[in-house]
Design a protein around this ligand. Sequence first.
Ligand code: ZN
Length: 121
Amino acid sequence: MGFIMLDETDKNQLEQLLKHELKELTLSIYELKRLLEPVSPDNAIGRLSRMDALEMQSVNTTKLQNQQNRVNQLQKALLRLEKNYDFGLCFECGETISLERLKLKPESEYCVSCQQILDAR
Ligand SMILES: [Zn+2]
């Protein structure tokens, strides 16, 4: 393991991307947590039946968990990027992850081929 050579422009761009994603997710998590606060039975559920409300709650709980996982990944990626350590290297095979992939998904921990294998499991 080591590091990949990123020029300053790419590094800054990826750093901005990571920070931007983190900010968006933080807001979204805040909103979801607010939605997941228990609602008293006579409170503004409106036309939603109790079943609908429960279903929505379960959907939002899953969403919240996914987003919290992603925040962890993004924070780890940001740390790796800032320390210039192991950022952009595949956790599985150690190969460099392409810059295009990193720009789409800066928290990528695997290269495309390893990711495909992992997803297929
Ligand atoms: Zn790989």
